[in-house]
Design a protein. Structure first.
Length: 301
C-alpha cells in the first residue's frame, strides 16, 4: 500500500492499525530529548555515577528514536520500517533504565547495612546488570525475528514469543530485585528519619531517593507486564493496535520513571562526604560519594 495516505485509505489497514497521534508523540520525544541532554551534561560535569548516568542516556536516546519513528508514522502509518523501529526500540529501551536502578542498591546497602540476607553489596550490580543484558539480547533477537514476519499473521508469531520471553525474564528479574531491595531497607528503618543514625538532612535525602527508586521500579514492572499481555495476543492483537492503552500503560509509566531517575539523581541525592555508621546496628559505614579531594581519574560508577 505504498500509495496509501490517511486521507485515501483506512488507517485500520496500516501497520499501526491507527494513525499515531502527532502531539502526544512529540511530547514524549521532547521528554526523552531533555532527559538525554541532562544526562550528557551530568556525565561531563560531575563525572561520577557514570554507569547510572550513561545507561539512562542510552535508554533515553533509544526512546527518542522510537517516538521519532512514531511521529513519522503519523504521516505514513503504512511505512513498515518505521513501525518495526518503534515496536522494537520502545520495547527494548526500558532495559537500560532498570540497569541504572540496579547500580543503586549496592551503594545504598553500603550505608544502611547488608539487610536480611547479608548479601555483599557488590553482587547486586554483578548479578542484575548481566540479567538485564540477557533480557535485552532476548528481546532484541525477538525483534529481529519479527522483522521478517508478516504483520498480518494471526496469533503469537515466533518473534513475538521470543520478545515475550525476554519481557517475562525482565519482570522476574525486577521482582527479585524489588524483594532483595526491600530486604536491605527493612532492618534499616530508612523511612523513619528520626531513628536514622545519619544527620537529618542526609537521612531525608536517602529516604526520598529510595522512595523515588521504588516508584520507578514499580512503574517499569507494571509496564513490562502490560507488554507481555499485549504481545500475547500477537502483533495483530487488539492491545498492540490500541494507541490509548499504549500511551497509558507504556508511554507514561516509562516516561515518568525516566524523569524520576534522571531528576532525582544520586549525584545530588546521595552526597555523603563523611563516613557514618550503618543505620543497622553493628556495621561500619562507608562513603557513597567521594569528597572533592578524591584522587583524579577515579570517578564513582
Amino acid at each position: 500500500m505504498d500509495s496509501c495516505t490517511p486521507a485515501t485509505c483506512d488507517v485500520a489497514t496500516s501497520w499501526y492499525g491507527y494513525q499515531p497521534n502527532l502531539g502526544i508523540n512529540i511530547f514524549f520525544a521532547i521528554i526523552y530529548s531533555l532527559a538525554a541532554l541532562w544526562c550528557f551534561i551530568l556525565a561531563v560535569w560531575k563525572r561520577t555515577w557514570l554507569i547510572y548516568t550513561i545507561t539512562i542516556l542510552v535508554g533515553a536516546l533509544l526512546e527518542l528514536v522510537g517516538y521519532a519513528a512514531r511521529i513519522k508514522g503519523h504521516y505514513d502509518p503504512w511505512l513498515g520500517t518505521g513501525w518495526i523501529i518503534q515496536y522494537a526500540i520502545i520495547t527494548l529501551a526500558p532495559v537500560f533504565m532498570t540497569a541504572a536502578v540496579y547500580v543503586c542498591i549496592g551503594r545504598i546497602a553500603e550505608i544502611v547495612g547488608h539487610g536480611v540476607f547479608n548479601i555483599n553489596p557488590k553482587l547486586y550490580s554483578r548479578v542484575f546488570i548481566p540479567n538485564d543484558v540477557l533480557a535485552l539480547i532476548v528481546q532484541a533477537a525477538g525483534g529481529a525475528i519479527s522483522v521478517s514476519e508478516p504483520v498480518t499473521t494471526e496469533g503469537v508469531t515466533p518473534g513475538a514469543a521470543v520478545v515475550i520471553a525476554g519481557l517475562v525474564y525482565q519482570v522476574v528479574s525486577l521482582t527479585v530485585f524489588f524483594v532483595l531491595f526491600t530486604a536491605v531497607l527493612w532492618p534499616a528503618n530508612v523511612f523513619n528519619v528520626k531513628a536514622s543514625r545519619l544527620p537529618p538532612r542526609q537521612a531525608k535525602s536517602l529516604r526520598n531517593f529510595i522512595i523515588c527508586i521504588i516508584t520507578a521500579v514499580l512503574l517499569i514492572i507494571g509496564r513490562s507486564a502490560f507488554r507481555v499481555a499485549e504481545l500475547s495476543q500477537g502483533v495483530r492483537g487488539g492491545l498492540v493496535h490500541d494507541e490509548l492503552l499504549f500511551i497509558i500503560f507504556d508511554s507514561f509509566p516509562v516516561a515518568i520513571a525516566t524523569i524520576i531517575i534522571t531528576v532525582v539523581h544520586p549525584v545530588f541525592m546521595l552526597r555523603f562526604k563523611t563516613e557514618h555508621k550503618h543505620m543497622s546496628a553493628g556495621s561500619q559505614g562507608v562513603e557513597l560519594m567521594p569528597p572533592a579531594s578524591t584522587e583524579a581519574g577515579k570517578p564513582v560508577q
